[in-house]
Structures are given as structure tokens and as C-alpha cells.
Design a protein around this ligand. Structure first.
Ligand code: NAD
Length: 497
């Protein structure tokens, strides 16, 4: 059986803790590898390697640092198909979707190629008599990223590409459920010319995470995962004075206004709710038709579409989506459907008992569709993270606006309408971090930035875009005066301009 260790100091090393976790192949249900779970000492070894390598990397000029990323992009393109297949086999998403996972990470690496420009400081001549000021951005030193299972290529790249481009060393703790692609990315960075020790991967669970959080040599932590863990990471990393940003779970609504193009809205809902088996933090899990007629028209079109979803193994290029990531995830999602029925929602399409012929032990689930879901139900309040769409009927625009605004999560939201006025008002007023207007999954492009509000994001600054440069650097400001500008005599009052 394949054994996955860690990537420390520029090479793959075996785990020494004696603890491992199973890595499944969700489409068959088989265990395909054992991943090592790092001990505190193994995390420390990664930190020591990072510490030794980082000063020289920070002193390497930014254009040379970026050339490594350029070479890395070539290598990712070379090995793209191999990586997409590995990703699909460990995660369960389809291979075309796995290509998208890689590509959205690549786009952030491309953004990071602009670091020589993005890291430039500011300069003011003559801020006082003979006084000039300038600021510079310096790397933080050693930074860490703790990432979830659902985008094993994209989210590690969102984290390490800007951090490393800024001159930091990086410690990645990917999800133990699909560690193959993060390990491959680290190997490609090395092949691209990154000095050993600048990108380390420690696989593991809570023990490795806690070791990262408590390590005083690590200056910043970026986390993506569920909200309860995000809050825990945020609080614990503050105890050692770390800079921290933690992105959490979601309950993304899609509002369908009476004037929306209904076919476009239904197409959008199908892809956004059921793509990747609903295991996306920007998946739409709540549809909000406005008015009874809109709701009835929407349900009439949605039901046959959900019933005819094509579910298949990850290697089937024609499948709409594949299996869920683990048996536990499948059980948890099925339980939520049971809860919804008990709470009184109408289960219009029931996919709980779907069985994939030839793959009977895989973690498959058919699409489920609930109607008449209300605000007080658990299936509305909690993140399900599976192929389950809930329809909440709103009477009017104000009610539709209040639903995502009052929800405890605030990651993404979308409105489908032809009316510019309501779209504009919705975008301005809704209490959510990322908004789509006739766009169902509004993940901003790489040169903007990504971040949810409320319990979807703890800490400051967003991921990627110029926010990531701020997050991974500290600003130093220099006030200078040369002898010709100095008047004789000591001054005891506070200098002002
Ligand atoms: P998760 O919270 O279970 O795990 C995320 C990371 O935290 C993993 O690396 C895991 O090993 C670690 N971890 C798990 N339990 C821990 C504990 N008790 N102590 C310390 N560390 C722990 O999340 P997941 O199931 O891998 O991913 C799905 C979740 O991630 C969903 O809630 C989804 O919405 C969210 N997500 C959010 C975004 C975003 O940008 N907001 C993006 C993708 C996924």
C-alpha cells in the first residue's frame, strides 16, 4: 500500500510518529494509501528547516523568486493530467472538475508573478524640512497554512504562492483525507528551483495543527475549513501573537427574482448546488424564489433536472458529480436529509438510496431537493456539505434580502434578475462577503480577493489578491533626514508637520 510521509527540507521523509490515517478512494470505497500523522517533533523539524532557509530566500531579489514560480507553472502544466487524476481518485470529484481545482490555484500563482511590483513601498519627498519618508514591505519569516479536503490543489496554492513570492518560508498542513496532490505540488516547487526548506508539507491531524499554532517561530497562520475549527485556530494562534486569517463554512443562497431568466437560474442552481457533490464552500445550498408563482415555476423545472442528475465514478468524464469524500461524510449528509423530513420540509427528490452499479462500496449519494424549508430548521441553519438543495420561499424582495443577511454564515450569495435596480440594491445591502449578480458561484478572480463574513471568516484580510501581499508582509516605515537639513539645538517638543 502507498505510504505518504511528509515533505521536509526538500525531500519526502517517512513519518516517525507511528500514527497514520487511511486515505480512501471514494469512488470504490477502498483504502488506497496510509498517510503519516506528524508529531510535534516532526512539525518542529519542518520549522527548523524553514528557519535555516528563509533568510537567503528573503534576500533573493523578487524577480528571481518569481522565476521559480514561472518554472513551477510550466511543471504544473506538464503534470496536469496526472495530478487531476490523483486528485479525483483521492477526493472523489470528477477529473474535469479536478482540472478546475488545479486551474483556480494556478491563477493565484500567476497573480503572484506580479510580486516585484506588488511589494513596492511608498516614498514621500519633503515630508518636513529635509525629511523624506519611505516604506518597505518585508516578509514575516515562517508562515503556515492549514487547508481543507475539498480543494486539495487550489487552496494550498492560494496560500503558499503569495507567501513564498513575498520571501517567506511556508509550512503546509493539508487535509489528511487527500494529501497526494499537496505533496506533488511541493515536489514540483523543488524541481522548479525553490531552495529546500522554503516549502514544507507536514501531514497530520490535530496534533500537528496544535504544534503549528503553539510554535513561536511561526509568525502567521492561514486556515480554511469548517467554522468551529476556524474559530479554535483563530483563538489559539492569538495566544502566541500570530497574525491569523481563518475561513470557515457557508450557507450560500441564490435568490430568484420573478423577472429572472428561469432557464438560466435553473442551470446555475444545478451546477452550483450539485457540482462536486455539493462539497464546495461556495456551493449554493439554499434557493430563494421570490413570490409563489416564481417558486412554483422553479420547482416544476428543478424536480426533473435533479431526478436526472448523472452520478458516476470520478473517472467518468460525463458524470455531473462523483462520490462524497468519506463514508462518514455520506452518513452525515444522509442524516441531514432525515432531519429535514422530521422537521417538516417537503422532500421533493430523494437521492439517499442511490447505488452506483459496479461501485457498490463507493460513497455515492443521489441529488436531494427540499421544498418549503423554513428559517428555524436545522437543514437551513447548518452547513450540510452534500448534494442537497433547500428551497426557502420568500414573499418579497425584502424577505429574500434578509435571509442571507441574517444567516450566521456570510460566504457567498447570488441574485438572479434582469432588473438593475434590485441587483444594485441587493449587492449594496446584503450582509455577505461575496456577491454574484446572475453568477451562481462568485469566487472572485485572482487579482481581487476571496473572503466571507460573519462565521465564514475570522481575522483580517482576504485570501489572494493584494490582501494576500498585506497578510504575508509587514510594513516598515523609514523617516530620514540628512545633516544638511538639520537645524542646530535639541528640541524637546513633539515634532509635528
Ligand atoms: P475541517 O475543518 O474538518 O478540516 C480543515 C483542516 O483542519 C484540516 O487540515 C484538518 O486536518 C484540520 N482539523 C480538523 N479537525 C481539527 C481539530 N479538531 N483541531 C485542529 N485541526 C483540525 O474541514 P474539511 O472537512 O476538511 O473541509 C470542509 C469545510 O471547509 C467546510 O466547512 C467548507 O465550507 C470549508 N471551506 C471553506 C472555504 C472558505 O474559503 N471559506 C473554502 C473551502 C472549504
Amino acid at each position: 500500500m502507498r505510504a505518504i510521509g511528509h515533505f521536509i527540507g526538500g525531500k519526502e521523509v517517512k513519518g516517525t510518529s507511528g500514527r497514520t490515517a487511511d486515505v480512501y478512494q471514494p469512488m470504490t470505497g477502498d483504502v488506497q494509501a496510509k498517510v503519516a500523522l506528524a508529531s510535534k517533533d516532526e512539525v518542529r523539524a519542518a520549522v527548523e528547516n524553514a528557519k535555516a532557509a528563509q533568510p537567503a530566500w528573503a534576500a533573493t531579489n523578487p524577480q528571481r523568486r518569481v522565476r521559480v514560480l514561472m518554472k513551477f507553472l510550466e511543471l504544473v502544466a506538464r503534470d496536469n493530467e496526472e495530478m487531476a487524476e490523483l486528485l479525483a481518485r483521492e477526493h472523489g470529484k470528477t477529473i474535469p472538475d479536478a482540472r478546475g481545482d488545479i486551474m483556480r490555484g494556478v491563477e493565484v500563482v500567476e497573480f503572484a508573478l506580479g510580486i516585484p511590483h506588488l511589494m513596492k513601498g511608498e516614498y514621500t519627498e519633503g515630508a518636513g524640512p529635509g525629511i523624506d519618508l519611505y516604506s518597505m514591505r518585508q516578509p514575516l519569516g515562517i508562515v503556515a497554512g492549514i487547508t481543507p479536503f475539498n480543494f486539495p490543489a487550489m487552496i494550498p496554492m492560494w496560500k503558499f504562492a503569495p507567501a513564498i513570492a513575498c520571501g517567506n518560508a511556508f509550512i503546509l498542513k493539508p487535509s489528511e483525507r487527500d494529501p497526494g496532490v499537496p505533496m506533488k505540488l511541493a515536489a514540483l516547487m523543488l524541481e522548479a528551483g525553490l531552495p529546500p526548506g522554503i516549502l514544507n508539507v507536514v501531514n497530520g491531524d490535530k496534533e500537528a495543527v496544535d504544534a503549528i499554532l503553539d510554535d513561536r517561530d511561526i509568525a502567521a497562520v492561514g486556515f480554511v475549513g469548517s467554522s468551529s475549527i476556524a474559530q479554535y485556530i483563530y483563538e489559539r494562534s492569538a495566544a502566541t501573537g500570530k497574525r491569523c486569517q481563518c475561513f470557515g463554512g457557508a450557507k450560500n443562497h441564490l435568490i430568484v427574482m420573478p423577472d429572472a431568466d428561469m432557464n438560466q437560474a435553473v442551470d446555475a442552481l444545478m451546477g452550483a448546488a450539485y457540482g462536486a457533490a455539493g462539497e464546495r464552500c461556495m456551493a449554493v445550498s439554499v434557493a430563494v424564489p421570490v413570490g409563489k408563482t416564481t417558486a412554483d415555476r422553479l420547482m416544476e423545472k428543478l424536480i426533473p433536472r435533479v431526478e436526472s442528475l448523472k452520478i458516476g465514478p470520478s473517472t467518468d468524464p460525463n458524470a455531473d458529480y462523483g462520490p462524497l469524500v468519506t463514508k462518514e461524510a455520506l452518513q452525515r449528509v444522509r442524516n441531514y436529509v432525515d432531519v429535514g423530513i422530521k422537521e417538516g420540509a417537503t422532500l421533493a427528490v430523494d437521492g439517499r438510496d442511490f447505488k452506483m452499479q459496479g461501485y457498490e462500496n463507493g460513497f455515492y449519494m443521489g441529488g436531494c431537493l427540499f421544498d418549503n424549508v423554513t428559517k428555524d430548521m436545522r437543514i437551513y441553519k447548518e452547513e450540510i456539505f452534500g448534494p442537497v438543495l433547500s428551497v426557502v420561499r420568500a414573499h418579497d424582495f425584502d424577505e429574500a434580502l434578509s435571509l442571507p443577511s441574517d444567516h450566521e454564515y456570510g460566504n457567498g450569495v447570488a441574485i438572479f434578475t434582469r432588473d438593475g435596480d434590485s441587483a444594485r440594491e441587493f449587492a449594496a445591502k446584503v450582509n455577505v462577503g461575496m456577491v454574484g449578480i446572475n453568477v451562481p458561484i462568485p469566487v472572485p478572480v485572482a487579482y481581487f480577493s476571496f473572503g466571507g463574513w460573519k462565521r465564514s471568516g475570522f481575522g483580517d484580510l482576504n485570501q489572494y489578491g493584494t490582501d494576500s501581499v498585506r497578510f504575508y508582509t509587514k510594513t516598515k516605515t523609514v523617516t530620514s533626514r540628512w545633516p544638511s537639513g538639520v537645524k542646530e539645538g535639541a528640541s524637546f517638543t513633539m515634532p509635528t508637520s
